[in-house]
Ligand binder design. Structure first.
Ligand code: GDP
Ligand code: K
Ligand code: MG
Length: 298
């Protein structure tokens, strides 16, 4: 019998390549929020998967943004840098059909701090390639450059080849006992996940500006006999944004609430009551101290 393996895997790359979608797939469980908008992921979050042979500790990270401004952008780069510094294995996610300038920047960024740790390139979104043969010259060119220990083309969306990535990661992990209890799924609380699932719906349902001026604070989280009762406040920066979020007759807020509640019920495996309020708090995303008090920074 081979030895047990366990370790941390930092999953990084530019925004929107599908890092969080991929980790959810690897976990076989939706822990992380995803959306078509960059900067959906604002925190470093650990997702844990335990099997008979290995314990995978996936660190999701905010997308690497070059030239980001303001306290929130700085906080995100710090979260990613610390994950990259400490992980046992690094997974750079890029997306088909080719590496872009920001993927190359991510590669350069990690080159200097990688040491002799394994670096795996996950080439995501192969489902978007109408002609799979077109993948071969790309894979050959990347292999030639010897930038990664292994290159795995896959689709986080439909799951194809994700098992192959897991096998490659398992081999890259150090021989070590499990670090977390086998039933633990994250280093974050259900309360944290609740705030994230509310924010996910704001990212998915509102155009341009609203998601970026929104943060969510859980006021109370109580396990009752037949349900989990959660009260949350959505903060925006201006009255006008509040009006957009709440919507005509409260329709916007209602849609956010019912979708977030359904996602939470699946996550918790319990019935959920979710009470939502919207409040205005000027300039929160640019104020490092307000960010701390709202739980940013880990
Ligand atoms: P992140 O910013 O890197 O964490 O990216 P997300 O996981 O939030 O995904 C960004 C967008 O890409 C979302 O709209 C996902 O549904 C989409 N996406 C993720 N993986 C795939 C994939 O394998 N194929 C396709 N077509 N889209 C994907
Ligand atoms: K995203
Ligand atoms: Mg993400």
């Amino acid at each position: 019998m081979s030895a047990y393996r366990s370790g941390t895997i930092a999953v990084f790359g530019r925004p929107n390549v599908g890092k969080s979608t991929l980790i959810n797939r690897l976990l076989g469980h939706k822990l992380l929020i995803t959306s078509p908008k960059p900067q959906t992921t604002r925190h470093r979050i650990l997702g844990i998967k335990t099997t008979a042979d290995a314990q995978f500790l996936y660190l999701d990270t905010p997308g690497l943004v070059w030239g980001g401004k303001g306290a929130l952008a700085r906080q995100m780069d710090g979260a990613t840098a610390s994950a990259l510094a400490e992980a046992d294995c690094l997974v750079l996610v890029a997306a088909c059909p080719r590496l872009q300038d920001d993927d190359e920047r991510a590669l350069d960024f990690v080159k200097g701090l990688r040491g002799d740790r394994p670096l795996i390139l996950a080439l995501n979104k192969v489902d978007r390639m109408a002609h799979k043969e077109a993948l071969l010259p790309l894979l050959a060119a990347l292999a030639e450059r010897r930038i990664a220990t292994e290159i795995v083309p896959l689709s986080a969306r439909d799951g194809s080849n994700v098992e192959a990535l897991e096998a490659v990661i398992a081999r890259a992990l150090p021989e070590r006992e499990a670090l977390y209890p086998e039933d633990q799924l994250s280093d974050r609380s259900d309360r944290f996940v609740a705030a994230e699932f509310v924010r996910e719906q704001v990212f998915r349902r509102f155009a341009q500006e609203i998601p970026y001026v929104t943060t969510v604070d859980i006021e109370s989280f109580r396990e009752e006999k037949h349900l989990v009762r959660i009260e949350a406040i959505i903060y925006v920066e201006k009255e006008g944004q509040k009006a957009i979020l709440v919507g005509q007759g409260g329709a916007g807020l209602k849609a956010v609430g019912s979708a977030a509640r359904r996602a939470l019920e699946r996550h918790l495996g319990r019935k959920v009551y979710l009470g939502l309020w919207v409040k205005v708090r000027g300039g929160w995303s640019d104020d490092a101290r307000a960010l701390q008090s709202l739980g940013y920074g880990s």
